[in-house]
Design a protein around this ligand. Structure first.
Ligand code: HEC
Length: 174
């Protein structure tokens, strides 16, 4: 095979592969990959841990190195994240799911938006099955704790403690 034909063949094969991958990339939420577990609750627990939800929504999670009992999970935080968007507080997800239906949850997972550093874009990538599992797991934890502090706009000073979530310039060396 000549070099040119070889190159054309490679391009054609690559295009074929791209075409084959296309449907996976564009797959609807229902046919996306999902976690396989013994039960829906096991899948939900796994997704909450691996998805990092406790990192922000469970006070003391990191300090406990992931050993906090489930009774303390996802009760929201009174330490806010302050940046150009204002100051946002990780919500109490146990109270949140207690008040919304599964359909409302799926809508939020699919199209929800809000303030950083909540990883909304990552949430949008969840398959319907995994999103359902997370909902079922949080719902099974049951409502507990208090509502997190309310969002504070950028021009207002928060009354709760916060983490400054903005790039800082390092001190100049002499
Ligand atoms: C880096 C921190 C962070 C992580 C990680 C995180 N969140 Fe959040 N989350 C937040 C903050 C902050 C808010 C409040 C956002 C706002 O004010 O709009 C929030 C809000 C939410 C809300 C909206 C609640 C409401 O009252 O409208 C949901 C639902 C939610 N998070 C679910 C999750 C789930 C599920 C995960 C794990 C897959 C997760 N979050 C991971 C920080 C985080």
């Amino acid at each position: 095979m000549s070099a040119l034909r070889m190159r054309i063949a490679i391009v054609l094969v690559s295009l074929g592969l791209l075409a084959a991958c296309g449907p996976i990339v564009r797959a609807s939420a229902a046919s996306r990959p999902y976690v396989r577990a013994d039960s829906t609750l096991d899948a939900g627990r796994y997704l909450v841990i691996a998805g990092g939800c406790n990192d922000c929504h469970t006070p003391g999670w990191d300090q406990s190195q992931g050993r906090l009992p489930e009774s303390k999970w996802l009760m929201g935080s009174d330490v806010g994240f302050r940046g150009p968007w204002g100051t946002s507080f990780p919500a109490n997800l146990r109270l949140f799911v207690a008040h919304i239906s599964e359909a409302e949850w799926l809508h939020l997972v699919r199209a929800g938006t809000g303030n950083p550093p909540m990883p909304w874009t990552n949430l949008h990538a969840l398959s319907t099955r995994d999103a359902r599992a997370i909902y079922a797991f949080i719902k099974a934890l049951g409502p507990a704790g208090a509502e997190a502090a309310a969002y504070v706009p950028p021009n207002r000073e928060p009354t709760e403690p916060y983490i400054l979530f903005e790039p800082q310039q390092p001190a100049r060396r002499p």
